[in-house]
Design a binder for this molecule. Structure first.
Ligand code: SF4
Ligand code: SF4
Ligand code: SF4
Length: 239
């Protein structure tokens, strides 16, 4: 697959990262188009203009948008009704460009300049406190391309961040597992020694030989056992 062709297709796509094309992001759709496994009519945010550019680039016949992927709509921006936000963070997890800021149990806000209007945060919100507001459509191609460039960069950074967090999580788990293993290895000789001693005493008893005394207990433990034995003796003697 030609990297150059993928980049040229990706440059046409609006970078809304909405997944309506059936791919996880615009880059995924660009790869599928370059590989010939997707049709050019699957990107509603790109509209008829985007479709025509794809047809020209790929030398495919022009056709209307496939309604199964949705319809081209005017650009929107997400807005959070902060008074009703419960701070569940689910919208942050759904946003493909990290355009929502907030923390657990805190109110959340959309950074309007970075919102692509993908609408992915809408079904994620359990209290329906996100609304879509009309947004100004960039008038010039250069403005549109600049916006798409920003969204592409922010989506790429999000993927990088998620990858780094996944790596760090698995490194933490691996370190924890290693520490546990080391702990177990550390404890094993003591456990083994005590098992060996118990076995020796048992064999001596069976052979009628003098039974070696058990290893001395730690002071605190020995004192506690002595106290319990004395108490049991007193109870036995009715004291
Ligand atoms: S804008 Fe949405 S539908 Fe269009 S390519 Fe990107 S993810 Fe797919
Ligand atoms: S805030 Fe909502 S609509 Fe805007 S980019 Fe993020 S998920 Fe999409
Ligand atoms: S999903 Fe809704 S309730 Fe949860 S943090 Fe986002 S806006 Fe707030």
């Amino acid at each position: 697959m030609s990297e150059l062709l993928i980049a040229r297709i990706d440059a046409i796509l609006p970078q809304t990262q909405c997944t309506q094309c059936g791919y996880p992001d615009c880059r995924g759709y660009a790869e599928a188009l370059a590989a010939g496994s997707a049709d050019i009519d699957q990107c509603p945010p790109g509209g008829e203009a985007g479709l025509a550019e794809l047809a020209a680039l790929l030398g495919r016949p022009l056709k209307p948008l496939n309604p199964q992927h949705g319809e081209h709509k005017p650009r929107v921006l997400a807005w959070i009704d902060e008074a009703n936000c419960i701070g569940c963070t689910l919208c942050i997890q759904a946003c493909p460009v990290d355009a929502i800021i907030g923390a657990s149990k805190q109110m959340h806000t959309v950074i309007a300049a970075e919102c692509t209007g993908c609408e992915l945060c809408i079904p994620a919100c359990p209290v329906d406190c996100i609304e879509l507001l009309p947004a100004v459509e960039p008038a010039l191609t250069a403005e549109r391309q600049a916006l798409a460039g920003l969204w592409r960069k922010r989506h790429a950074y999000r993927l990088f961040r998620l990858g780094r967090e996944k790596r760090e999580r698995s490194e933490r788990l691996a370190a924890k597992a290693l520490a546990k293993k080391a702990e177990a290895q550390f404890a094993a000789p003591e456990v083994q020694a005590s098992l060996d001693a118990a076995l020796q005493r048992h064999q001596a008893r069976l052979a009628g030989e003098p039974v070696p005394p058990p290893a001395p207990l730690a002071d605190a433990k020995a004192a506690r056992i002595a106290e319990m034995m004395a108490r049991a003796k007193r109870l036995r003697e009715g004291g």
